[in-house]
Design a protein around this ligand. Structure first.
Ligand code: GDP
Ligand code: ZN
Length: 467
């Protein structure tokens, strides 16, 4: 399999739809088009044509669009056939493409997931961060995420990274030039205010890292597990939280009946909430399996909501549960059924909660809610966002991935090392230069100027086919 093979795929979502699109990309499609249609197509014109089989019988009728490379999505010649959006008819169109290509010995094959976008990257139509944004835009589950993905796609993130990389390059040029004249080494730092410039680059990089963290929260969201004794109101709370979001709630088919995952959005941040089997001592085999699974979910959570009955805030079993929760995971203590408390009782509990901030080694915060009356839910939502580190006042105009954050952090470490080398009395300029080079490499990894085949394979294989 090569990056030059002609490829074909259905570009629209599987299933039925008004229109379905078959896309072909190859270095040269002029002869193929002549054979497929018995005529030429004008580039960038919509042609309404029959798509015919080998006997000249119409398989479908639709619009053919020809994009002559490099002015196309992939940078190669691209042909788009817009037919009717049924799986059978689209398969026949693809089969006909393969048949025509076989007669011409073109070596046309089905595209791998993301292969069209991979070609766009390889042909410099997009950089790597932009190519990732294509997948993120398709996968975006909230409007905020979609808007941010589009920002990345249009190059906002890449632009900032490139601007920083350019400043590092400039500094590198000055150092490398100085290295050729060792007697000037000492003056170099002063002459070009290199240390000040380095500090300023580091400041801007820190700002970028902050934004990238926000972008990552928006992309990844967080996994929240609702845990607690039976009947404290876990399922009711999940429903109450999902209520506002009902139009975009996507129940993910649980593998077991004892686990329900729902995705909700709080200020556009995707939150995956797992409702679990109630935790208690039991002899029932089926129930104990459910409880074992609950503990497995708790181990994987980013945040644990430990739901309790507000009428028994000092319950022994809840104290047991608290002791068993993993120490590394933030725990939010939520007391439900507030509506069943008198005003006085509620005031007492509130006072008690503000006094206990730390318990069993966890940062435990107490919130009073009523799932039934839907009170206290906004405070709970805000608390979840706080724990995620979501800070809506910070600009977060683009989505970011773990990979981006890792590269930004490594670049920052190398800049810090460079600064250290510049601070010694016997300054070691070649070490300074080397750290700058490493910082520069990290920044270039984001946009894909230096990227291994492994990384590319990993990124593009997570795309859908036809993109
Ligand atoms: P789970 O077993 O923890 O999932 O608890 P459920 O959500 O199934 O609720 C158990 C019972 O508590 C149901 O009868 C709910 O109607 C009731 N319940 C849940 N939340 C509240 C609440 O805030 N106030 C009152 N009064 N009842 C509630
Ligand atoms: Zn339940």
């Amino acid at each position: 399999m090569s990056n030059k093979d002609p490829i074909v795929a259905i570009a629209t979502a599987p299933g039925r739809g008004g229109i379905g699109v078959v896309r072909v990309s190859a270095p040269d499609l002029v002869a193929f088009i002549g054979r497929f249609f018995g005529r030429d197509l004008t580039a960038r014109h919509a042609h309404y044509l029959p798509f015919s089989d080998a006997n000249g019988q119409a398989i479908d009728e639709g619009i053919a669009l020809f994009f002559k490379g490099p002015h196309s999505y992939t940078g190669e010649d691209v042909l788009e056939l817009q037919g009717h959006g049924g799986p059978a008819v689209l398969k026949r169109i693809i089969d006909r493409c393969l048949e025509v290509a076989r007669e011409m010995q073109m070596g046309l094959r089905h595209a791998e997931p993301g292969e069209f976008t991979q070609r766009a990257f390889l042909n410099n139509r997009l950089d790597l961060a932009q190519a990732e944004a294509v997948a993120d835009l398709i996968d975006a589950s909230s409007e905020a995420a979609a808007r941010s993905a589009m920002e990345s796609l249009s190059g906002a993130f890449s632009g900032l990274v490139n601007a920083l990389a350019d400043r590092v390059i400039h500094l590198r040029m000055l150092v490398e030039a100085t290295l050729d004249f060792p007697e000037e080494e000492i003056e170099f730092l002063e002459k070009y205010q290199a240390r000040e410039e380095l500090q300023s680059i580091q400041d801007d990089l820190q700002h970028l890292i902050k934004q990238a963290k926000q972008g990552m929260i928006l992309r990844e969201g967080m996994h929240v597990v609702l845990a607690g004794q039976p009947n404290v109101g876990k399922s009711s709370l999940l429903n109450a939280l999902a209520g506002d979001d009902v139009a975009i709630v996507t129940p993910i088919a649980g593998t077991t009946r004892d686990k329900v995952i729902q995705q909700i959005h709080i200020q556009g941040v995707p939150i995956h909430i797992v409702d679990t089997a109630g935790l208690r001592e039991t002899d029932d085999t089926v129930e104990s399996i459910g409880i074992a699974r609950t503990w497995a979910e708790i181990e994987k959570a980013n945040v644990i909501v430990h739901l309790q009955d507000a009428r028994s805030p000092n319950d022994e079993l809840d104290a047991d549960i608290t002791r068993r929760l993993p120490a590394r995971t933030p725990v939010l203590k939520v007391f439900n059924k507030l509506d069943l408390l008198s005003e006085e009782e509620a005031a007492v509990l509130n006072r008690q909660l503000s006094e206990t901030t730390e318990e069993a080694g966890h940062e435990a915060t107490g919130i009073l809610v009523s799932a039934k009356k839907e009170t206290g839910l906004d405070a709970l939502r805000q608390k979840l966002l706080d724990i995620a580190g979501w800070n809506p006042s910070a600009e977060s105009p683009w989505l970011a991935r773990e990979r981006h954050l890792h590269a930004l952090n490594s670049a920052s470490e190398h800049l810090a090392m460079a600064e250290e080398h510049a601070s010694y009395d016997d300054r070691v300029l070649d070490l300074f230069a080397e750290e700058l080079r490493l910082a520069h490499d990290e920044l270039c990894k984001i946009t894909g100027q230096f990227s291994s085949d492994d990384l590319l394979g990993e990124i593009f294989s997570s795309f859908c086919i036809g993109k």
